[in-house]
Every structure is written in structure tokens, then in C-alpha cells.
Design a protein around this ligand. Structure first.
Ligand SMILES: NC(=O)c1ccc[n+]([C@@H]2O[C@H](COP(=O)([O-])OP(=O)(O)OC[C@H]3O[C@@H](n4cnc5c(N)ncnc54)[C@H](OP(=O)(O)O)[C@@H]3O)[C@@H](O)[C@H]2O)c1
Length: 388
């Protein structure tokens, strides 16, 4: 068996920790040999090591790891305690056993709003930080696996293939200027995809881009429905929950949500995405891959289900209701999360081509997110949308 040396970022996040769990299982069970490194920064008074231990010993770690002692699992990990922007030559020197390195870069800030703060965050923490990581690891690098977003294609109608980045006759990447991104987060994701390919071609390195859609809790591995934070579509539920606590919401009332009534959202379980990454990262035939569900969730079903839980109803409307006619709840919605949601809910009808993905995941039965949505959402609601 040849050694697979991996460095993983973002392991305190939703997806990164699940990639870590999957990889740890492979190394601890002897199915993979090699070195596994992680980059974690000190935060909220906790050192990187303390944060790593919390993740490995977590009460919601997947059941497939239960047979392994925390200390034995920790022995498989080399920890670099730093923020990505701080990585330097001394940190690189700690990776002396990591030749032919595969870097799986999941770390990012997810702010889908269209503000100057979101722009600054995406530019600094996603774009510049990724460029720094790439330059830093180059001496050890075999392949850089960039976790982007299926939404980096922006507003797009019809069938969406994996090939967001096209290539010219010389094999150089071409950035599609027609892409209509919804926010700076998406804009810097697609820019980074393009620049990653250019950089790797110039430096003779391999690259891969994996793009998840909206990530939800686990739907394959027990304990089910876990996610450390309730993000993206869950934010609507979190909003309704907060409104019900502060009496902004009246039972039985109706909220008008600006959305394409025929629209849908692609929601994918975090464990499915993590498995897709772990199955694809060593496959050099895969350049770009969307890690998405084959079936979308209709927006009408999604929002009505979340509203039902809060004891209200919802109507999907072509545009935002006139300010003078808005209820207190609607005003609150359009002043906070509404603009961010509207740009996703007004997306034209589209469908991802999942042929390549299903090819590598053929033995993994896809969870039915529509059917399982009630249980998925109940888990979030019962935990009051708190970080776990
Ligand atoms: N969640 C989704 O629905 C979704 C959908 C599509 C694509 N994605 C992409 O998937 C990837 C993972 O997303 P996620 O939802 O798992 O993210 P997340 O839960 O918000 O976690 C972000 C992770 O990145 C780390 N991080 C951010 N900036 C860092 C820095 N400067 N130095 C070190 N670590 C840093 C965070 O560390 P700290 O804990 O120290 O802050 C955390 O571990 C991201 O690239 C995201 O854009 C996510």
C-alpha cells in the first residue's frame, strides 16, 4: 500500500470535521497508510489541541469511530496550531514526513450576504488565505483539493454540469465572464477555482475542485441529523425560532416569501459530501466535481415545512411585498435574512448532472432529503439551532 499524506483545513467546521472523521477511520483501521495533518487555530480561549480533542471525543462523532479510543485516534494526527494566513516556514518544517502531499482545503468563511463586510471577509479569509495556503504548501504539494461551492456558478438555468471552468485549446483555464454571481462569497470562490488551476498548471501540481450545495446534517451515519452549526437554509428556521421567542411571530399568521414558486434548493447531507471528497481526492481523473444531491427539495415544501413547525403559514410571492403592507414578522425578515434568501430563492429552475458523482458513490444509497426533512429539521429545532 502506498502512503497517502494529507493536510486538512477547516476541521472545526461542519464539513472539515466530517472529512476528518472519514479519514481517521481509514488510517486507524489500516485501510490507508501515511500521515494526516490538520491546521487549527486558537479560538474562544481554546488551543488548537483542545479543539481537536473536543472534535475527536465528541458525543456526536460517527458510530463507526466508537470502537477507537480517543488517544489512539489522536496519534494519527499531526497538528499545526495556526490560522491559515499565519502558516510559515517553521510550520512547513513540521511536515517533514508529508511528501507528495494532498491538501484538502475546506476552511472558509460562509457569509452569503451582499455587503461590503461580506466582500472583505470573502476577499481576505477565503481568497487571499487560500492563495497563501497554496504558495505555502507548494514545496510539499502533490495535489491541492479546493472545496468550493456548487453555487459559484451563480444564477443558472437548466442542467448544470461539473465543468464550471472550461479550457482553451492550449489547456489553459477560461473564466466564464457570463456567470452571474449572487454575492462576494460566490464571486471569490469561482475566481479562486480559476486561479488555482492556473497556479497548479504553472507549478506542475495536480488540482481538484469539489463543490458542495447547501449542507445539512448527517443522513447516512448514526447518530443521524448532527451538524455542529445550523447554517444556510436552517437560518430561516433559526429566524422563526428567535421571532417566536420575542413575540414578533403570531401563531397562524402568514409570511410572504419572495421566491420562484417553481424553484428548488439542492440540499446535501454532510456525511455524503465528506464521503464524496474522500473517494475522489486521490482520483486524478476527477478535476471538477459537484457534491450535490440528485434530487432537489422544492422551495415551497422546504419553507412550508419550517413554517409549520413555528405554527405559521407561508406564501411564495414573485417579489417582496410592498413595505406598507408588511407584517412585523415580514419586516423583520426583509430587514435581516430576506435579501440573502431572496437571491437564492429566485434562482431559475435547474438540475445538477450527478452522473460522475454517482459513479464514485454507486454503493452509497442517497438519502431522500425530502422524505427525511421533518426528522432533520426536528433535530435542529429540538437543539434550538445552537452550535453543538
Ligand atoms: N455549509 C454549507 O452549506 C456549504 C455549502 C457549499 C460550500 N461550502 C464550503 O464548504 C467548506 C466548508 O464549509 P463549512 O460549512 O464546513 O464551514 P464552517 O462550518 O463555517 O467552518 C469553517 C471552518 O474554516 C475554518 N477557518 C476559516 N477561516 C480560517 C482561517 N483563517 N484559519 C484557519 N481556519 C479557518 C474555521 O475555523 P475556526 O473554527 O477557527 O473559525 C472552521 O473550521 C467551505 O469552503 C464552504 O465555503 C459550505
Amino acid at each position: 500500500m502506498t502512503n497517502t499524506n494529507v493536510l486538512l483545513t477547516g476541521v472545526t467546521g461542519i464539513l472539515g470535521r466530517h472529512v476528518l472523521y472519514e479519514l481517521l477511520y481509514l488510517y486507524a483501521s489500516g485501510r490507508k497508510m501515511g500521515a494526516l495533518g490538520v491546521v487549527i487555530r486558537t479560538r474562544s480561549g481554546q488551543t488548537g489541541l483542545e479543539r481537536l480533542k473536543t472534535i475527536i471525543a465528541h458525543r456526536y462523532r460517527p458510530a463507526y469511530l466508537k470502537g477507537y479510543a480517543v488517544n489512539d485516534l489522536l496519534k494519527h494526527i499531526t497538528l499545526i496550531e495556526a490560522g491559515i494566513e499565519e502558516l510559515n516556514a517553521a510550520h512547513l518544517a513540521t511536515l517533514e514526513n508529508f511528501d507528495n502531499l494532498h491538501v484538502i482545503h475546506t476552511a472558509a468563511e460562509t457569509d452569503l450576504s451582499n455587503t461590503s463586510t461580506a466582500n472583505e471577509k470573502a476577499f481576505t479569509h477565503n481568497y487571499l488565505a487560500t492563495k497563501h495556503l497554496l504558495a505555502w504548501c507548494t514545496p510539499k504539494l502533490y495535489k491541492f483539493i479546493f472545496i468550493s461551492s456548487a453555487f459559484s456558478i451563480g444564477h443558472q438555468e437548466g442542467v448544470i454540469t461539473d465543468q464550471y471552468i472550461q479550457f482553451d485549446a492550449a489547456g489553459d483555464p477560461v473564466l466564464n465572464e457570463e456567470i452571474k454571481n449572487r454575492n462576494p462569497y460566490e464571486r471569490f470562490k469561482i475566481k479562486m477555482e480559476f486561479e488555482l488551476i492556473k497556479y497548479c498548471r504553472q507549478h506542475g501540481k495536480a488540482w481538484q475542485i469539489v463543490r458542495p450545495s447547501s449542507i445539512c446534517g448527517r443522513m447516512l451515519d448514526e447518530p443521524l441529523y448532527y451538524t455542529p452549526t445550523f447554517n444556510v437554509f436552517y437560518l430561516f428556521g433559526k429566524f422563526l425560532y428567535a421571532c417566536s421567542l420575542s413575540n414578533i411571530l403570531r401563531m397562524g399568521e402568514k409570511i410572504r416569501i419572495a421566491a420562484n414558486p417553481a424553484g428548488s434548493m439542492n440540499i446535501v447531507p454532510v456525511d455524503y459530501v465528506a464521503k464524496a471528497i474522500v473517494r475522489s481526492f486521490e482520483n486524478d481523473a476527477i478535476g471538477q466535481l459537484n457534491a450535490v444531491s440528485s434530487r432537489h427539495v422544492p422551495v415551497a415544501y422546504l419553507f412550508q415545512s419550517m413554517c409549520n413547525y413555528a405554527g405559521i403559514k407561508c406564501d411564495l410571492t414573485a417579489c417582496e411585498p410592498p413595505p406598507g403592507s408588511m407584517s412585523v414578522l415580514e419586516k423583520q425578515y426583509y430587514e435581516t435574512i430576506g435579501p440573502m434568501f431572496s437571491s437564492y430563492l429566485s434562482t431559475p429552475v435547474h438540475q445538477f448532472d450527478t452522473v460522475r458523482l454517482r459513479g464514485i458513490m454507486s454503493d452509497v444509497v442517497e438519502a431522500d432529503v425530502v422524505k427525511g426533512f421533518k426528522d432533520l429539521y426536528e433535530f435542529a429545532y429540538e437543539n434550538e439551532f445552537r452550535s453543538l
